[in-house]
Design a protein around this ligand. Structure first.
Ligand code: FDA
Length: 393
């Protein structure tokens, strides 16, 4: 005999727990299944352990998807203010770090404890360390076969996230279920991920790992002004993670290494003042010494300013404005914060997150082809899409 419930949610991450809360509050019997030992593991490690739980400025333009309109409905019905209200009702202290990014003062675990309490209050049951072996459509809904036995439910919600960080249990399960039911999946790739450089470029950047600088990173018309970090494998830091979601193999990105300084004017003024100073000395006053060294050697402008041709200074200034990099690749799902692509939004109803062709089957969170920028947007999508499905199941 199969156990019976109204809603089965597979995945006790951000989206699945929010969906369970909303469905439970509506009086639905909810069972949440997860193969992990603990719920919300990505919440726990997020934001350096403090969880950047939303972004107060979140808007549809902060999300990548083949259909940029799809996310609008869910985001409008559950906003960053709604989530912040929940956080405040639970007395969790928070602060804005930068660019609208809200973090817990103490620990990301506060967010998990809050969601678990809300789930309990809503009567939703959580079953951990439970494997799902198969999912079938039945006359009245779905049968989910688990390591704890079969469960029948009228509604099934897939909230198993994407492929990023496989060592934390990411499986690509959602895409297999989508394909099982004949739903298209937009090709997936790692997003918000450090980019790697070829051995030749790495050799040219010897001594740079650990150097951080604020840059404007550009890919086509997209640009982000944030910090960048040189690493032993290539480039990282928020500016690079942001642009990585737009970058494709073979593409070039450009970096403005001194967005606040008109370098040509600065060097011209410095030459007038004291032509004996070396270019590198002047540059080092405005950027890390190692970066100044690298730029001087790449632009061949070593020596006292008075002896450097104006044309060469222009070239150096241009080099700093448009530092071109052709990454060899990315660090992949091993370190990617998110998975781009996923269940094709054309297959889903944007109000309910239900598959148009399979009544009762919903996909939420990172599994769907909606991916946020870095900065709390991905959790906001998890809360909003979980809320939308929770109102409908
Ligand atoms: P999520 O991945 O959270 O949950 C999926 C759940 O399904 C997991 O509990 C998993 O165990 C379970 N599962 C998977 N396969 C299963 C199977 N076959 N059977 C049963 N259960 C299964 N975002 C943000 O907005 N602010 C931030 O600060 C950060 N920081 C951050 C840091 C790091 C290191 C990473 C990797 C990611 C972030 N993110 C982030 C992104 C954010 O964590 C992510 O977008 C959300 O967790 C997605 O929520 P979901 O609920 O969709 O999936």
């Amino acid at each position: 005999m199969a156990e019976k419930t109204d809603v089965v949610i597979i995945g006790a991450g951000a989206a699945g727990m929010m969906c369970a809360i909303e469905a439970g509050k509506r009086g639905r019997r909810v069972l949440v299944i997860d193969h992990a030992r603990a719920p919300g593991e990505k919440i726990r490690i997020s934001g350096g352990g403090r969880c950047n739980f939303t972004n107060i400025h979140a808007e549809p333009r902060n999300f990548l998807s083949q259909n940029p309109h799809f996310c609008k409905s869910a985001l409008a019905r559950y906003t960053p203010r709604n989530f912040l209200g929940l956080v405040e009702r639970h007395g969790i202290a928070w602060h804005e770090k930068t660019l609208g990014q809200l973090f817990c003062d103490h620990s990301a675990k506060d967010i998990i404890a809050m969601l678990l309490k809300e789930m309990r209050d809503a009567g939703a049951e959580l079953r951990l360390m439970t494997e799902v072996s198969s999912v079938e459509k039945t006359a009245t809904g779905f049968r989910v076969s688990t390591s704890g036995g079969p469960v029948d439910a009228a509604s099934l919600v897939i909230a198993t996230g994407g492929k990023s960080i496989p060592k934390m249990g990411a499986t690509g399960f959602a895409y297999r279920i989508a394909e099982l039911f004949g739903l298209r999946v937009v090709e997936t790739r790692p997003g918000l991920v450090p980019l790697t450089l070829d051995p030749q470029s790495l050799a040219a950047h010897e001594g740079m790992p650990g150097v951080a600088v604020e840059v404007v990173a550009r890919h086509g018309k997209t640009e982000f002004r944030e910090a960048m970090l040189f690493t032993h494998r290539g480039l990282s830091g928020p500016a690079i993670l942001q642009i990585s979601s737009f970058w494709r193999e073979g593409d070039e990105i450009t970096l403005h290494l001194q967005p606040d300084v008109d370098l040509a004017a600065l060097l011209a003024a410095a030459r007038k003042e004291n032509g004996r100073q070396a270019v590198q000395t002047v540059l080092s006053e405005h950027m890390p010494r190692k970066l100044a060294q690298l730029l001087v050697s790449q632009s061949d402008v070593d020596g006292p300013l008075a002896e450097v041709a104006g044309r060469k200074i222009e070239m150096l200034a241009d080099h700093v404005r448009r530092w071109r990099i052709r990454p060899a690749g990315s660090e992949g799902y091993r370190t990617a914060e998110v998975t781009l692509g996923g269940v094709d939004t054309d297959e889903l109803d944007s109000r309910t997150m239900a598959a148009k062709s399979v009544p009762g089957l919903h996909f939420i969170g990172e599994a769907v082809d909606v991916t946020g920028w870095l900065g709390g947007y991905n959790f906001q999508w998890a809360w909003a899409s979980g809320h939308a499905a929770g109102q409908a199941v």
